[in-house]
Design a protein around this ligand. Structure first.
Ligand code: 4NP
Length: 152
């Protein structure tokens, strides 16, 4: 059965859509697409139904990824157990997921997969920008997440 991975940030318009796009591109490039189910969601609902932020769409496009068909949605408590891994972009969202009832063993910071124990947050670019740095962090985190999932 496919391994189910949900990328989670606050608004589901800036960071987690990039993580969904970058992880999808990686598994596609490595011929692993059938082995994973990947999606993203936000802990907040302000942007539900909206496409990703224009700057996220732009930086993804610069890296050959089209994330424009994604739509923001808020994570629901009853889906927490349906994901093998809940991958949070920052500590606030990690804590939010665990407070909602997510299993702490399966709820991780994306950047915590970068060794050795690199566990800082993906900065929120919504008010301050920095989408290029965000993309690079997300891309590196996704590569290490995939290494972890494939090799343990
Ligand atoms: P994201 O960024 O969590 O990476 O999607 C944000 C998007 C929207 C807001 C905050 C962060 N907001 O306050 O509406």
């Amino acid at each position: 059965m496919a391994t189910r991975v949900l990328m989670v940030c606050l608004g589901n318009i800036c960071r987690s859509p990039l993580a969904e796009g970058a992880f999808s591109a990686l598994i596609g490039a490595e011929g692993l697409a059938d082995l994973y189910t990947i999606d993203s969601a936000g802990t907040g609902k302000w942007h539900a139904g909206e496409p990703p932020h224009p700057d996220s769409i732009h930086i993804a496009h610069q890296h050959g990824m089209d994330i424009s068909s994604q739509r923001s949605r808020q994570i629901q408590a009853d889906e927490l157990t349906q994901w093998d891994w809940l991958i949070a972009m920052d500590t606030a969202n990690l804590k939010h997921l665990i407070a909602m009832g997510a299993d702490p063993e399966r709820t991780r910071l994306l950047l915590s997969f970068i060794p050795p124990g690199y566990s800082r947050d993906v900065p929120d670019p919504y008010y301050v920008g920095g989408f290029g740095e965000v993309f690079d962090l997300v891309q590196t985190g996704c590569q290490h997440l995939l290494d972890f999932l494939e090799t343990g």
